[in-house]
Design a protein around this ligand. Structure first.
Ligand code: ADP
Ligand code: MG
Length: 415
């Protein structure tokens, strides 16, 4: 009974990098880092060695080989070496009759793990490597113990074989399969979020091209008039001024567009929500015009400082405004309004439209991944936006009535 309990405990320790990964990275749009692997493996190594199974004073069994193998596989050889260092120091500190054996076994298993990991990356049938690793992590310590401590090995033969085999084979298999599954799910999700961003930006770009063409036509017309030389200098000067203004405006639209379509960067800093919103409204106005929607924003004159990543904020504003515009394309007098208010050290941003609205069932599904009612929709815009708002300690609420419109209220803490 005690053996089963110990084995289960060790399996739990072996799975701790997987569990921590799922908790820590659940909300992030990035995948695990080498540092993450080293930290979680160190933690799991310490726990597993502290609460190791033992039947004879000084000889302990834990899931150290599994953890180090996992560390090398996902964190590289350097991570493996750091973990090995920790293991050796801690094993010597624990002490007992098994220290010498532990070091010898490690001297064989560590290089073997590096070899197996590099094979793992190369071959297609990865489960064969996992199987070989699990088996060798059980057999090598058994053989070594038999050579160095035959008496002990014979007396506790069944304990050794059961504990080693079960802990190592099941531990390695569970940890690697589960971790791989989570990592590939995450990769899939990140790729989709990025596609969604590209998709949203592409749609906005079509209307942008349109917007840029107008000032170009104006400037072209003026240049032709100036060339014809039919006007006095005063009038010509006026044409030049208007042209310069138009070019400035175009330049501004383009640079704002470029700033929005930059890749994700989640560097957190103090930012002015008002100016971010102004940029986004400027970029989204052509999109609204193209859809015959009036976009109106009540921009405050003084800055509203919040803490977050500028690219994420812009992206989430684009998502909400774009959805609002898309909700009103079919309605007469379509209107999207944006307003601000400050209350109890929080800023409230309200995005209101008089579009199609949503019923109760739609509201419930809002923000779930891939939920979309549009033929070209991805259903990722709100998923991303909700996550970004949550990561800034903000909240979103929504009120909607079918056929009459929707109000999204985003509340964010002030910096
Ligand atoms: P997508 O825009 O690609 O469909 P989103 O995650 O941005 O994905 O939105 C999910 C769904 O939420 C939309 O398909 C739409 O049905 C609904 N929705 C979002 N905003 C509004 C809104 N302002 N008015 C009506 N429906 C909305
Ligand atoms: Mg959308």
């Amino acid at each position: 009974m005690l053996e089963i309990k110990n084995i289960l405990l060790q399996l739990l320790f072996a799975l701790s990098p997987f569990v921590i990964y799922n908790i820590y990275y659940r909300k992030l749009e990035i995948n695990y880092s080498r540092r993450f692997i080293v930290i979680t493996c160190s933690f799991s190594l310490l726990l597993s060695m502290t609460f190791a199974s033992s039947i004879y004073e000084g000889i302990i069994f834990d899931v150290r080989y599994v953890i180090i193998f996992f560390g090398i596989l996902f964190g590289g050889v350097t991570s493996g070496l750091i973990l090995l260092g920790e293991l050796i120091i801690y094993r010597i500190y624990i002490g007992g009759t098994g220290v010498y054996d532990a070091l010898i076994i490690q001297a064989i298993i560590f290089p073997l793990s590096i070899l197996l990991c590099s094979l793992y990356h190369k071959i297609r049938k990865k489960h064969i490597i996992t199987f070989i690793a699990g088996l060798s992590f059980s057999i090598i310590p058994l053989i070594s113990l038999y050579i160095n401590k035959p008496e002990y090995s014979v007396t506790y033969f069944s304990f050794n074989i059961i504990v080693l085999l079960v802990q190592n084979s099941i531990g390695i298999w569970l940890l690697i399969t589960l971790f791989n599954k989570s990592v590939s799910d995450k990769e899939f999700y990140i790729k989709h979020i990025q596609n969604e961003k590209v998709e949203a930006i592409n749609q906005v770009a079509a209307s942008l091209a349109h917007e840029v063409r107008n000032p170009l036509t104006t400037v072209l017309g003026f240049l032709k008039l100036i060339r014809a030389n039919t006007f006095n200098w005063e009038k010509t000067e006026r044409f030049i001024d208007i042209s310069i203004e138009e070019i400035y405006r175009t330049e501004q639209i383009l640079s704002e567009y470029l700033s929005i379509s930059k890749p994700f960067g989640s560097i957190q800093q103090q930012i002015d929500l008002a100016s971010q919103l102004k940029t986004v409204v400027d970029v989204m106005t052509p999109y609204a015009n193209m859809n015959n929607v009036e976009l109106e924003a009540e921009l405050p004159s003084s800055p509203i400082l919040i803490y977050g990543s500028p690219t994420e904020i812009k992206q989430l504003l684009v998502n909400f405004i774009k959805n609002a515009i898309e909700a009103c394309t079919e309605v007469p007098n379509a209107h999207v309004g944006i307003s601000f208010s400050i209350h109890l050290r929080r800023v409230q941003l309200v995005i209101q439209d008089n579009g199609v609205g949503m019923d109760h069932e739609q509201l419930n599904r809002l923000g779930s991944i891939y939920y979309s009612t549009k033929s070209t929709g991805t259903g990722l815009g709100l998923t991303f936006s909700y996550q970004a708002i949550r990561s800034m300690n903000g909240t979103v609420s929504v009120q909607s009535t079918p056929l009459s419109g929707t109000i999204f209220t985003i509340s964010l803490p002030l910096a």
